[in-house]
Design a binder for this molecule. Structure first.
Ligand code: ZN
Length: 133
């Protein structure tokens, strides 16, 4: 089951500049910063009641975020949906014809296992499915 929008991921060039920008915008401090080696990113998380905003900056010129920033500049990068079972949702969505960037769950930020659907099967929106670890 898809439970809710867990967070919105925003690609940024300079994580300290943007952390301070979003601190002012949201009126609260991030609850977590984390380097995620599997995605080659630095992340900052803000909590907004039950949802989160994730800022992502690249720590490698070859990361997906670096490529996104190069082609699209800063902005909304992905929407993350919290699911109770990644395996179940991968099978369900695959049977419906959705495509995945990879169907093998990776260790994402904030204690989650994650997979990404390919934007070409989701109207151009990069959708992350995440499950609590
Ligand atoms: Zn995310």
């Amino acid at each position: 089951m898809i439970k809710k929008i867990e967070h919105i991921g925003i690609a940024v060039k300079d994580i300290s500049f943007s952390t301070s920008l979003f601190e002012r915008l949201l009126g609260n401090k991030p609850y977590k910063t984390e380097k995620v080696l599997s995605e080659e990113v630095n992340t900052t998380f803000f909590r907004l009641s039950d949802q989160k905003v994730e800022l992502l900056s690249s720590i490698s010129k070859d990361s997906a975020i670096a490529k996104f920033l190069e082609s699209k500049n800063e902005g909304i990068h992905h929407i993350a949906l919290l699911v109770d079972s990644l395996e179940f949702e991968i099978n369900r969505l695959e049977a419906l014809g959705f495509q995945f960037i990879s169907k093998t769950p990776k260790e994402g930020a904030d204690n989650k296992k994650i997979v990404f659907l390919h934007p070409k099967s989701t109207n151009g929106v990069l959708v992350e499915l995440c499950e609590e670890m």
